[in-house]
Design a protein around this ligand. Structure first.
Ligand SMILES: [Zn+2]
Length: 414
């Protein structure tokens, strides 16, 4: 096992303090820091600290895929680490986006290659031929929009805002409550038919009115939805994403709660700090709320318009070894959260064992933990991480002092 140093990615929606403080660097940082990448993505691999020298995890795995990943994983995932673990620090909303399924990703990647769109072009949608399901687990309160809301609730929201054009849209939705009704309204708004610029302004005003007319302390039924549209409207005044936000589930995750985003799920993370794990892909189709490349026709091809509530994942744990697993159907990744505690008199502490045979990234997010295996030990404090190759013997984790919160990423059983 080796200490792992993640790669910091700077995007404009990032935080100047969160990742700097988490990883023990001077805070505030010069640039906004959005993501800490812990993985072997060729664009920005983490570095393995081997006797003081930093070696790219991508190179370490490429040199010995069987030893690092285990024989089965090496065959199954073509010698690559199939997941990417991140810490996200969103100070501002991220773009409105969705990710393709495997068939769409392969087809899109080959098509853009055939059309000669360079891999590093900002207009390139498909950077690789992989799907990108993702699971996000909140470290702080985490706000998001994800998936199309149940139609009856959306109709009620549109009517509650008191805008004539929205009333008409509500009628249209109420008359066709399935995914094709949602697709029709979404397409009408995002492709700019029927003068959405005027409608966006009207909706922002209506949200302001809705929030101001609430009586003292009483929260309107759609206060969070109206506040979100108002915030997005002040950042992106002419962006149809402001309207689209009214169609999506508005979700608040408490620390420890998770959200799984399957292919085709339209989402926008709004604010908060989270651990995120995904298939090792960079395929994003954007619909707005960004200055990056937006491709509406391509987005329309992959979106899942079925209206449904988004289940919030509460980790399943057996309570005995404080091990909590977030269930997803994916083969590429599995994420577990461990809570390790020392009893108040210091006489006993909880421990967890990670068996040999699987590649793992261990990330400590609170307190500190000691990893031990025969002949080796490594202490991780909050913000630090380690790479455990499949060839490593079993590792035991215990709290270094009172308490530790630890995330363990590995390949899935799905
Ligand atoms: Zn995403």
């Amino acid at each position: 096992m080796n200490r792992l140093h993640g790669a910091i990615r700077s995007y404009r929606w990032g935080s100047h303090t969160v990742l700097a403080e988490l990883t023990g660097r001077p805070s505030p940082s010069d640039r906004p820091e959005a993501e800490l990448w812990l993985g072997a993505h060729p664009a920005d691999p983490a570095r393995v600290d081997d006797a003081g020298s930093g070696v790219s995890l991508f190179d370490v795995i490429s040199a010995d895929p069987h030893g690092q990943l285990g024989a089965t994983n090496a065959e199954r995932f073509r010698g690559r680490l199939p997941f990417l673990l991140k810490v996200l620090a969103a100070e501002e909303p991220l773009s409105l986006q969705a990710h393709p399924n495997s068939v769409q990703a392969r087809e899109g990647f080959e098509r853009e290659d055939a059309n000669g769109v360079p891999l590093d072009s900002p207009a390139r949608n498909y950077k690789d031929d992989n799907h990108k399901p993702e699971l996000v687990v909140a470290l702080t309160k985490f706000e998001a929009l994800a998936g199309f809301r149940d139609v009856r609730r959306t109709v009620a929201l549109l009517r509650a805002l008191g805008v004539a054009e929205l009333d008409r849209c509500a009628e249209q939705l109420a008359a066709q409550t399935d995914s094709s009704g949602m697709r029709a309204l979404f397409t009408q708004w995002i492709t700019g038919d029927k003068h959405p610029a005027a409608l966006i302004g009207g909706v922002v005003e209506a949200c302001r009115r809705y929030l101001s007319t609430m009586c003292d302390g009483a929260e309107g039924e759609f206060a969070a939805e109206a506040q979100t549209a108002l915030d997005l409207g002040s950042r992106y005044p002419n962006d149809p994403g402001v309207l689209i936000s009214l169609l999506l589930n508005r979700i608040t995750l408490e620390p420890g709660e998770g959200l799984f985003l399957a292919a085709g799920n339209l989402h926008a993370y709004l604010r908060g700090v989270a651990v995120e794990i995904m298939a090792n892909s960079d395929n994003v189709l954007r619909g707005g709320l960004t200055q990056k490349h937006v491709d509406v026709p391509e987005l329309l091809k992959v979106l899942d318009f079925r209206p449904a509530p988004m289940p919030v994942l509460r980790a399943n744990g057996d309570g005995r070894d404080n091990r909590h697993l977030y269930h997803t159907p994916e083969a590429e990744f599995e994420l577990t959260r461990l809570h390790l505690d020392t009893s108040s008199n210091g006489a006993s502490s909880s421990a967890a064992t990670l068996g040999a045979g699987a590649p793992r990234i261990v990330l400590c997010t609170a307190g500190s933990t000691v990893l031990s295996s025969p002949g080796a030990s490594l202490e991780l404090s909050a913000g630090q991480s380690a790479w455990l190759p499949a060839s490593n013997p079993a590792v035991t984790l215990a709290p270094a002092q009172q308490h530790a919160e630890v995330f363990v990423a590995t390949t899935g059983s799905g």
